[in-house]
Write a protein that binds this ligand. Structure first.
Ligand SMILES: Nc1ncnc2c1ncn2[C@@H]1O[C@H](COP(=O)(O)OP(=O)(O)OP(=O)(O)O)[C@@H](O)[C@H]1O
Ligand SMILES: O=P(O)(O)OC[C@H]1O[C@](O)(CO)[C@@H](O)[C@@H]1O
Ligand SMILES: [Mg+2]
Length: 462
């Protein structure tokens, strides 16, 4: 295999039969003659007995696992896990952890397992937590993190470090990293955060510092590409069921009852789609990727009337980013990170539906609007997300100790991998409405496809 490095962000290795490894940066790419040390896990009583515990340097994971006999082998990512050699003496490591962006179940588990992984697997004792996101590097104090401090934080929602949006000033952050003599930076956050991590990595590399930057992607919206799913997503979907159940109970307890539930999902409707598929009680699921309209043939009002005539009740799930184009207010607002601030489509829709049926006077409806938005992300991770978060954190620790940098720890086709930061920040993951999953969802609800809005439909311009 021959290295074909394109620039510091694209490190491609090509092999026979169209094999491509999208490799992650390593200290040795820009600092020469660094000493290495045997991995302390070799003498760890828990791990020393494991056969083949260390990952073979040549192990890679394919991005596409469905292939045809003549297709090229395609893109691969480096397999995560401990290496025989490490690039840090444990006593020299000074690590820091920061959490940014919105909350997500599992954040505390990731923090806990970075601290415990460094401590128990590698004998690293100096770990600090940065208070309240990126801006905490230069405007806040740090907290000392030990296994004792983090021992039961995985049972709590939120992040013990605090989080924030905005406030990313790359050179001030890197100055601070240098001043504090930090040499491993663990950055937990969504797409915005990982763009910030990428900027920090580039500046560190420009200054020629031996500082590893490891990202752990976090997003309940599941909007980060390449990875199978984000930690916390399953917990959020599970919690969303409780709101949908309540909406169903309310709707079935009255004549012509409608339960309307708004779920998170700014640009991607994964939570709404999976919660709908899981529940089987939902009659209509509306997401940002699939435009809809209210009036006329094939519209939402017509469908609601039909379902109420057939079943006497219905449940609608709407992702917060759906139908934003239909709302009247026009001034677009942004949060501190530059994300679009959404209008409350759930409240708007509940008013529109009530007004429509009141005007029609053919059917008396009772609509209950449930907005569990923050409840689905402010809870602790469920069991499977706890295990998943633990493995992501441990992979990040193994990668940083092995001298990798500018990478995220992510699951690809069920295998833990290291993915270059630029690969996950170049686009957002979205529900593809021409894929089978959306078709499965449509066939479970039997809702209209909203593909053919009648000409002159007022809601489209309303
Ligand atoms: N392009 C960028 N370059 C540098 N920093 C960025 C960039 N975009 C966002 N950030 C920083 O990353 C942090 C988090 O970003 P943001 O608020 O968008 O959340 P996020 O990580 O995308 O998580 P969520 O999915 O919850 O929105 C903020 O401090 C923000 O300033
Ligand atoms: O109100 P906040 O915390 O700024 O964030 C809300 C956004 O964060 C997310 O939960 C993503 O983390 C989105 O679903 C939501 O739009
Ligand atoms: Mg984001």
């Amino acid at each position: 295999m021959e290295s074909n490095g394109v620039d510091e962000q694209m490190k491609l290795v090509e092999g026979a039969a169209g094999y491509v490894l999208e490799d992650v940066p390593h200290f040795s790419d820009y600092i020469h003659d660094l000493p290495t040390y045997p991995n302390p896990l070799q003498s760890n009583p828990a791990y020393s007995v494991v056969r083949q515990y260390f990952v073979d340097e040549d192990d890679t994971v394919p991005q596409k696992i469905v292939v045809h006999k003549d297709t090229p082998r395609g893109t691969h990512f480096r397999r995560a896990g401990p290496r025989q050699k490490v690039y840090f003496k444990p006593a020299d490591v000074r690590a820091c952890i920061v959490t940014c962006g919105g909350l997500c179940p599992g954040l505390n588990t990731v923090i806990r397992e970075i601290v415990c992984g460094l401590h128990f697997m590698y004998g690293v004792t100096e770990v600090i937590g940065v208070d309240c996101g990126f801006r905490g590097f230069y405007s806040k104090n740090t907290v000392t993190l030990t296994p004792k401090v983090v021992s039961d934080i995985h049972k709590r929602g939120g992040t013990i470090l605090g989080t924030s949006r905005g406030g990313h000033e790359t050179s001030k952050i890197v100055d601070n990293i240098q001043d504090r003599e930090i040499n491993q930076v663990y950055i937990i956050g969504g797409d915005g955060t990982q763009k910030g991590a990428s900027a920090i990595y580039k500046e560190i590399r420009r200054r020629g510092l031996k500082v590893a930057v490891a990202g752990i992607p976090k997003t309940i919206d599941n909007d980060i590409p390449v990875i199978d799913k984000s930690f916390g997503f399953d917990t959020a979907v599970e919690e969303a069921q409780r709101a949908i159940n309540a909406a169903h109970v309310e709707a079935t307890s009255v004549e012509n009852g409608i339960g309307l539930v708004k779920l998170m999902g700014r640009y991607s409707g994964f939570i709404a789609m999976y919660a709908t598929l899981a529940s089987r009680d939902v009659d209509c699921c509306l997401i940002p990727e699939s435009p809809f309209y209210l009036e006329g043939k094939g519209g939402l009002y017509e469908f609601i009337a039909k379902r109420l005539r057939e079943n006497g009740h219905m449940v609608i799930v709407i992702a917060e980013g759906a139908g934003q184009d239909l709302l009247a207010e026009s001034i677009e607002q942004q949060d501190a990170s530059g994300n679009k601030l959404l209008k409350d489509v759930g409240l708007w829709m509940s008013i529109k539906i009530k007004e429509y049926f009141a005007k029609q006077s053919k059917m008396d409806i009772t609509l209950k609007y449930i907005d569990p938005t923050y409840m689905i992300r402010a809870i602790p991770a469920n069991a499977s997300d706890n295990v998943y978060s633990t493995l992501l954190a441990q992979s990040a620790v193994h990668g940083a100790m092995a001298g990798y940098t500018g990478f995220i720890s992510g699951l690809v086709n069920g295998r833990h991998t290291y993915i270059p930061l630029n690969r996950i920040t170049e686009r957002q993951n979205k529900v593809v409405i021409t894929d089978r999953m959306w078709a499965r969802m449509l066939s479970s609800t039997n809702q209209p496809s909203f593909m053919n809005p009648p000409k002159g439909t007022t809601e489209l311009a309303d």
